[in-house]
Design a protein around this ligand. Structure first.
Ligand SMILES: *[C@@H]1O[C@H](CO)[C@@H](O)[C@H](O)[C@H]1NC(C)=O
Length: 423
């Protein structure tokens, strides 16, 4: 008897050791990879960028042999941002590309720089249009715009914001030098919410429709997400549930909102476009009133529900809600929203014609594979761009990015401002 139980004990220990060993192996080899950036992919993409640019430059020589030589511009971009500012960064890069095209110059694009990353990341891993349409990477600067050449103009445009944009286009077009290197930024953080920024919009909207393209990495994950969460890929598609997206900003945003209230600031960037001025959830924002700013910047859950109710009345066939968020603090609020929005009684009480929401999903449920976390901002933006309805936060740069990409719309998004609510 004793020997059998001893044997059993021994084999149990043996199994336990093997399990522990396999677990360690798993966490070392696989789980660790999940959060690490895909550096080998980035290296390959950098090479591809070089190749594409080289081909493009060669094709220019053939076409433009008799005409003027091709001209270039390098702008002064923001540097070393943290991951969360990617939306600001991307909007700035798109605007600079647009500006370069308007100035008839080839855009010299810079890699993505994040504080938390050791190396610079290739822009084409995130945004593809910017890197493929009359653009070359900044690794070509030495070759195209050598430091000692008299054919390189280092310029500082020293004007107030309203004239800055127009004057820069003028300079880009008129200057004879092959290269222009701008030593000061053209766009500051308030530009897009100013009348000068708004006057840039109609042409930028066309730019977005024509040149904006995600990387294949972002698009692959988005595609997988639509399948995995059973959401509709395109407005006109018949598969999957039509859905609305809510952009939820919680956690640390509360502090920022308090500062914004003190400074009496209005909505940010493209969220201030006249085309969507009627999209703001009632009561209208009054920046001079701190309570009003907090209501819009850090809305209560009941205010958020009100926005969802209104859109659910407009489009009762939408029975799926996808919530984009980037912090753990949102989880309890998501759970509260889910409980309320899936309640039959509540749906009856609020007169939803087809009953409560069937599906509530969120950013945390996107089926990322190992090494894909760097793409999460792009995935969230694209999920929101494709949604039939978008409910965003007027004080958020990410919301501004989504608004611009929706209004810039192609066949995917309707570009209808009624389909946007700003909290
Ligand atoms: C400030 O805004 C809040 C919320 O919208 C409103 O209830 C209050 O009356 C406003 N105060 C003033 C002085 O306008």
């Amino acid at each position: 008897m004793i020997t059998t139980s001893y044997h059993r004990f021994r084999s149990l220990v043996f199994v336990a050791i093997i399990v522990a060993f396999l677990y360690l192996l798993y966490s070392k080899l696989i789980a660790n990879n999940t959060s690490g950036p895909p550096y080998s992919l980035y290296a390959a993409l950098k090479k591809q960028e070089q190749k594409t640019a080289r081909k493009f430059l060669e094709s220019l020589q053939l076409i433009e042999a008799q005409k003027d030589n091709p001209k270039f511009v390098l702008f002064r971009q923001q540097e070393g941002l943290d991951f969360g500012s990617q939306a600001c960064y991307a909007q700035e890069i798109l605007l600079y590309h647009h500006l370069a095209l308007q100035g008839n110059r080839i855009f010299i694009y810079q890699p993505f720089e994040w504080k938390s990353r050791k190396e610079q990341l290739p822009l084409s891993a995130f945004l593809l249009g910017v890197t493929q349409e009359r653009a070359v990477p900044s690794s070509f600067v030495e070759e195209l715009c050598p430091k000692t050449s008299i054919d390189v103009a280092r310029l500082k445009v020293d004007l107030s914001q309203p004239e800055m944009w127009k004057s820069t286009i003028n300079t880009l077009q008129k200057r004879k030098e092959t290269c222009i290197i701008m030593s000061n930024p053209i766009i500051d953080s308030n530009f897009l919410s100013s009348p000068a920024g708004h006057s840039v919009w109609p042409l930028f909207q066309k730019y977005v429709a024509r040149y904006f393209r995600w990387s294949t990495q972002v698009l692959d994950i988005v595609d997988r997400t639509h399948t995995h969460l059973d959401l509709r890929r395109h407005f006109y598609s018949l598969e999957g549930e039509p859905y609305m997206v809510l952009h939820l900003r919680r956690g640390d945003f509360h502090k920022q909102c308090k500062t914004i209230a003190q400074q009496q600031l209005g909505f940010t960037k493209w969220n201030t476009l006249p085309a969507i001025s009627s999209a703001t959830l009632f009561p209208r924002l009054n920046p001079a009133n701190a309570t009003s700013v907090m209501d819009h910047c850090y809305p209560s859950l009941s205010r958020i529900m009100e926005a969802i109710d209104q859109q659910a009345h407009r489009k009762p066939h939408i029975r799926a809600l996808h919530i984009i968020h980037d912090d753990a603090a949102s989880v309890t609020d998501i759970w509260k929203l889910e409980t309320a929005l899936k309640s039959k009684q509540r749906a009856e009480l609020y007169g939803w014609p087809y009953g409560p929401m069937k599906s509530i999903t969120h950013s945390g449920m996107v089926p990322y594979q190992a090494n894909e976390q760097d793409f999460s901002v792009g995935v969230d933006v694209e999920m929101a761009r494709r949604a039939e309805v978008f409910i965003g936060n007027g004080y958020s740069s990410l919301t501004s990015y989504i608004v611009a990409m929706r209004l810039g719309g192609d066949v995917v998004a309707s570009g209808i401002s009624d389909d946007i609510t700003l909290l």
